[in-house]
Design a protein around this ligand. Structure first.
Ligand SMILES: [Zn+2]
Length: 499
C-alpha cells in the first residue's frame, strides 16, 4: 500500500472516529481566531520503551503493597492499546517502533526515520520545529539510541550513532537530555566511540546550546537551548542511580517542560523511559520495576502541568513489550510442576541493585580472592553478593551447583534471574521483544482520538493532525535535499537486541 493511500485510509478512520465523539467542534477545524479547545497547544509524548501490560500490573501491585497507592498515575488516562509490528517482523525493534510514532509510517527493524527504501521521512519533532514550536528530546538511554534518534535523525541503520549525534545537534531541538556523550566527544577523548576529531559538544555550544553534564548543572539552567549528557553511554538504572550525579526522569521532565513552556507557539517534547527495556532484556525484574516507577513519576509531572494549563496533550505509548513478562508461573514441587496462583513483590523490594551492579561486585570479590582458591570460594563470593544486594539468604545446594557452573557474568545472569523469578513467582519468556499489544494512554485536548486498539502508525498520524503538521511536505523537502539515498531494498536487517 502506498503512503498516500494509507494516509487517506487513516484520514477516513479519523473522520469516522470524530463522528463518534461527543464533541461539538471537529478537532481538525482551524478557526480564524486560533485553535479550538479540542486541539492541544502543546504535546508531550512519553515512550516507555519495553513497557508491556504485565509491567503496568507489576508496578501497580508493588505500589499497593508498599505505599498503599492503588493507582498508577497512568491508570486514570488509559484509553486503549496499540499494535506494534514492523514491516520486517511481527516483533518490532525500537527503531521501527519509534519511527512509526515519529513519522506515521511503518518501516523495517533498524530503520531510523527512513522508509523501507531507506529514504528519509519527516518527523513530528522536525515538523513541529518547522512550525515554530519549541521542541525537546529526553531519554535515559544514550540520546543517540533508537527512540530519540527516530524523532531527530535519518539513517538506514540504528547503530550509526555518531552520525545520529551529528544530526541531532542541528535538529533545532531546544532541549536534549540523556546519556551518550561517547558519540559527541572526539576520538582522542577516553571512552569516545567517534572515529573522527569532531567535538559535537563544542559545535553545539557554538550553535547556542548550554552544555551540562550532571544534575546540579541541569538544575541551574534557566533558559534554553540546552544539551545535557549525563553519562558516556546509557544513564544508570533508577535502582543504581546516584541522585547527586544524575537527574531522575521526573527531574529531567520538569526541567524540560520549564524550558519549553514559554514558547508562544507551543511545544512538542518526546520523553523516553528508555531503560525499562534494557532491564527487560536482562530479565532484571527489580531494575525493570524501579525504572517503571521512575517513568510513572515523570508522567505524574507532565499530567500536573497538563491539568493546570488545560491545553497540553499527554500521550504515553510503548514501542513494544520486552521480555515476555509474566506475573505467576509454574513451579516444580514434589516431583511435579504446578501453576502457582501468586506473585511476590516483596522479593523485588529486597533488591537494591541491578544485575550489572551485582556482577560488578562479584567481579571485585573474585579479584580479591587469594591465588589458591577453590570453586567453593568463588561460589561464596556470589552468594555473599546475592545476600547483600538481592536479599537472598536461602540458597539451596542445587542453586550453589548452578552458580558454580556459571561463574562468568553472562552465564551468571541466567542463574541469578532464575533464582529471583522463582522466589517472586514471575517469569520471563525471552531476552528480546515480543509482539504483544502495548497500553495506550492519553490526557488533554484530542485524547478522544486515541481510542480502542489502533496501529502504531495511527498514533503518529493523529499527533501530526492535532498539531497541524505537514509531514508529507517535510518528507518531500528532505528527499529533495537528500544526497545519501541508497539503492532500493524491500526490507532492512533484522535486529535482535536493543543494547
Ligand atoms: Zn529493546
Amino acid at each position: 500500500m502506498t503512503h498516500a493511500t494509507r494516509r487517506t485510509l487513516v484520514s477516513g478512520a479519523l473522520v469516522f472516529l470524530l463522528g463518534l465523539l461527543p464533541l461539538t467542534t471537529p478537532v481538525t477545524a482551524q478557526p480564524a481566531d486560533g485553535p479550538p479547545a479540542s486541539e492541544p497547544k502543546n504535546v508531550i509524548l512519553f515512550v516507555p520503551d519495553g513497557f508491556g501490560p504485565a509491567s503496568a500490573t507489576m508496578a501497580r501491585d508493588y505500589l499497593r503493597h508498599y505505599r498503599g497507592v492503588h493507582q498508577l498515575a497512568l491508570d486514570s488516562i488509559q484509553t486503549g492499546s496499540v499494535r506494534t509490528y514492523s514491516t520486517s517482523s511481527r516483533v518490532t525493534d525500537s527503531a521501527a517502533g519509534a519511527t512509526a510514532y515519529a513519522t506515521g509510517v511503518k518501516t523495517y527493524n533498524g530503520a531510523i526515520a527512513v522508509d523501507t527504501l531507506k529514504r528519509p521521512l519527516g518527523t513530528l519533532l522536525q515538523a513541529a520545529e518547522r512550525r515554530g514550536m519549541a521542541t525537546g528530546l529526553v531519554a535515559t538511554s544514550r540520546i543517540t539510541h533508537a527512540t530519540p534518534a527516530s524523532f531527530s535523525a535519518h539513517v538506514p541503520n540504528r547503530w550509526m550513532e555518531n552520525e545520529i549525534a551529528a544530526q541531532q545537534i542541528t535538529s533545532g531541538a531546544d532541549v536534549i537530555l540523556g546519556g551518550g556523550k561517547r558519540h559527541f566527544v572526539p576520538k582522542s577523548t577516553e571512552g569516545s566511540k567517534r572515529k573522527d576529531d569532531r567535538n559535537l559538544v563544542t559545535e553545539a555550544r557554538d550553535a547556542g546550546y548550554q552544555f551540562v553534564s550532571d544534575r546540579a548543572g541541569l538544575m541551574d539552567v534557566s533558559d534554553g537551548p540546552v544539551l545535557g549528557l549525563f553519562s558516556m553511554s546509557h544513564m544508570d538504572y533508577e535502582i543504581d542511580r546516584d541522585p547527586d550525579a544524575q537527574p531522575s526522569l521526573a527531574e529531567m521532565t520538569e526541567k524540560a517542560l520549564e524550558l519549553v513552556s514559554a514558547d508562544e507557539d507551543g511545544y512538542f517534547i518526546m520523553i523516553e523511559a528508555s531503560r525499562i527495556d534494557h532491564a527487560g532484556h536482562s530479565n532484571d525484574a527489580a531494575a525493570h520495576l524501579q525504572d517503571i516507577l521512575a517513568y510513572n513519576d515523570a508522567v505524574a509531572v507532565a499530567l500536573e502541568q497538563a491539568r493546570s494549563d488545560g491545553n497540553t496533550l499527554v500521550v504515553s505509548v510503548s514501542d513494544h513489550e520486552t521480555g515476555g513478562l509474566s506475573l505467576g508461573r509454574d513451579i516444580e514441587k514434589d516431583g511435579s510442576v504446578e501453576g502457582v496462583y501468586a506473585w511476590h513483590p516483596e522479593v523485588l523490594h529486597r533488591i537494591h541493585g541491578s544485575h550489572g551492579t551485582m556482577f560488578d561486585a562479584v567481579s571485585e570479590g573474585q579479584k580479591a580472592l587469594p591465588a589458591e582458591t577453590t570453586r567453593a570460594d568463588s561460589v561464596n563470593v556470589v552468594t555473599s553478593v546475592l545476600s547483600d544486594i538481592a536479599g537472598i539468604d536461602d540458597i539451596s545446594d542445587t542453586e550453589r551447583t548452578k552458580i558454580g557452573n556459571a561463574l562468568d557474568s553472562y552465564a551468571l545472569n541466567f542463574v541469578v534471574s532464575d533464582m529471583i523469578e522463582r522466589r517472586a513467582v514471575i517469569g520471563w519468556t525471552t531476552r528480546g521483544h515480543t509482539a504483544v499489544d502495548v497500553n495506550l494512554y492519553a490526557y488533554g485536548p484530542g485524547r478522544n482520538l486515541f481510542q480502542g486498539n489502533i496501529d502504531n502508525t495511527e498514533v503518529g498520524d493523529i499527533l501530526s493532525s492535532l498539531m497541524n503538521l505537514d509531514l508529507e511536505a517535510l518528507t518531500a523537502d528532505l528527499r529533495d535535499n537528500d544526497e545519501t539515498e541508497t539503492p532500493a531494498e524491500a526490507s532492512g536487517p533484522s535486529v535482535g537486541s536493543d543494547e
